[in-house]
Write a protein that binds this ligand. Structure first.
Ligand SMILES: [Zn+2]
Ligand SMILES: [Zn+2]
Length: 254
């Protein structure tokens, strides 16, 4: 798990150089991932599985956001995260209402909860015996929605996995199938690519008008899907301008 966080931190630094337009997002993400590494170490060493125990990390997170976050986040923290009781309520609310919480929670509240819940959920998932063969559109471990697809293998053997937006579990999912509505007609499932981001594509659905991006590891074996997904925010803007809504936002609410 620590190695996975180190990979994300290093990849964020690397991509910030390659894609200057996304550098500020990637730098913020990198700081968050460094913070998550400390949360993760704490969760692993304490063995604590009560989600409310994560509230002790709020002061450091609020401090980080004060230094590097947006005004929206800073204001939310000062208005809604003033004591342990409300912090615990936010954590338990987001954790217990998956995946519905995704759509309903206040985006800034969801941001704070997810920064803390991700390392917690990833740790629990790493200890569990989940099979990655589940064919459903939500995470077989934590029920959150996928934030991206991951493509591996070439030609006829190529396969798609979905990557959980919360615990980072990957599970196999048919390539020609919309995770938003179950559409199976490939004429309704357009794929968009652009020259600037060779290894990331937009998988869209013309039935429910949702999209997710897929990171193609056969085109870039160094890609770290959760980070490459953030670095290609230009594709989100393009997709949203064309009428599609993202099936699930990433940690930065994009
Ligand atoms: Zn999950
Ligand atoms: Zn659909």
């Amino acid at each position: 798990m620590n190695a996975r966080l180190d990979d994300r931190i290093a990849r964020a630094a690397e991509l910030a150089n390659i894609h200057p337009s996304a550098a500020s997002l990637l730098n913020f993400y990198r700081e968050l991932a460094q913070f998550q590494k400390r949360v993760s170490a704490d969760v692993q060493s304490s063995g604590e599985t009560d989600v409310r125990a994560l509230a002790r990390h709020f002061p450091a997170l609020i401090e980080l956001v004060g230094r590097s976050g947006t005004e929206l986040l800073v204001n939310f923290a000062s208005q809604h995260l003033g004591n342990t009781a409300v912090q615990e309520k936010l954590l338990t609310g987001c954790w217990e209402q998956l995946p519905a919480a995704s759509a309903e929670a206040d985006p800034p509240g969801r941001f704070f909860a997810r920064v803390l819940l991700q390392p917690y959920a990833e740790y629990l998932a790493s200890r569990s015996d989940i099979r990655s063969g589940g064919a459903g559109p939500i995470c077989p471990f934590c029920n959150a929605r996928p934030v991206a697809g991951v493509l591996r293998g070439e030609g006829e053997g190529a396969k798609r996995w979905l990557l959980c937006s919360l615990c980072f579990t990957e599970w196999q999912f048919r390539r020609v199938l919309c995770p938003g509505c179950g559409e199976e007609n490939k004429d309704k499932l357009p794929i968009y690519t652009c020259a600037e981001f060779e290894s990331v594509r937009v998988d869209a659905c013309d039935s429910c008008w949702t999209y997710l991006k897929s990171v193609d590891l056969t085109k870039d074996g160094h890609a770290v899907p959760v980070v490459d997904e953030i670095a290609t925010v230009a594709l989100n803007i393009w997709a949203e301008e064309h009428g599609y809504s993202k099936l699930e936002t990433n940690l930065l609410a994009m």
